[in-house]
Design a protein around this ligand. Structure first.
Ligand SMILES: C[S@@+](CC[C@H](N)C(=O)[O-])C[C@H]1O[C@@H](n2cnc3c(N)ncnc32)[C@H](O)[C@@H]1O
Length: 246
């Protein structure tokens, strides 16, 4: 009950930042479904899963898949375990840190790794290590599917795309929604969540936590990590779904 309420509030809060959140989830599932066609028990990892929003959508679309959902935050993981218990196995690990891949205890090579609004939180060094580790974890032909807001590259068209995104957000009313800091402040006041918040590291802010990487930089890092084909399959404003094939 408590978990359901906090997850619903999380979904609304996240949509403030990713207006097309639901569409992106669908696009990710489309990509994964296409790549996994013909595989009996595919293995998928959700990177920076939060309370399991994407993992749950994937499990709904692809019930034959095994989903491992990884995040560093104990509260969000616990909400996921409580509210989306059947969708995934939730694992606490810090992407790009020593030993993070071992913590997943994967039974075999990954068929796909997916992520929503999370990889922008990683420093470039941590992201480089994460891409290299994923290249080793994915089977040949497996894919990384990352949906995230990327930093505009400074070109005129990128600035126009930013403007289009701002106008769209105004039309949808998303700037009026609860923001990241307010959600965490409210969670900190809920006595039922107190034990889960206590051991958390200092929370990074959603607005301030962007690594500043552009699409071009992501693609260069992916190719350097061993992905032989990488590009975008969906875009709205500065919001992208990026696919990289191992
Ligand atoms: C904006 S939230 C998105 C969560 C979820 N994917 C969603 O769409 O609802 C970003 C998530 O990335 C997680 N995260 C950030 N840096 C991380 C890291 N280095 N390792 C694991 N998780 C991380 C945060 O704890 C948070 O759950």
């Amino acid at each position: 009950m408590t978990a359901g309420r906090w997850v619903a509030r999380w979904e609304r809060q996240q949509q403030r930042y990713a207006i097309d959140r639901e569409e992106r989830f669908t696009v990710i599932a489309d990509v994964v479904e296409h790549v996994l066609a013909g595989r009996d028990r595919p293995l998928v990892a959700d990177l920076g899963c939060g309370p399991g929003s994407l993992a749950a959508r994937l499990a709904g679309r692809l019930p034959y898949a095994t989903v491992v959902a990884v995040d560093s935050d104990p509260l969000l993981l616990e909400l996921g375990r409580a509210h989306h218990a059947d969708a995934a196995r939730f694992v606490r690990a810090t992407l790009g840190a020593d030993g993070w891949t071992a913590a997943l205890e994967l039974p075999g090579p990954l068929d796909a790794a997916v992520s929503a609004t999370a990889l922008h939180c990683l420093s470039e060094g941590a992201l480089r290590r994460t891409y290299e580790d994923l290249a080793a974890l994915l089977r040949p032909g497996g894919v990384l599917v990352n949906s995230d807001m990327l930093r505009p590259d400074g070109s005129r068209t990128a600035r126009i795309a930013q403007h289009v995104g701002r106008r769209r957000a105004e039309r949808q009313g998303t700037p009026d929604r609860e923001d990241w800091d307010s959600w965490w402040a409210a969670a900190a006041r809920d006595p039922e969540l107190a034990g889960l918040l206590a051991p958390r590291p200092v929370q990074q802010s959603a607005a301030g936590g962007h690594n500043g990487l552009t699409l071009r930089r992501h693609l260069a890092l992916l190719r350097a990590a061993g992905f032989h084909d990488a590009g975008t399959v969906w875009q709205c404003s500065t919001d992208f779904v990026l696919v990289a094939v191992r």
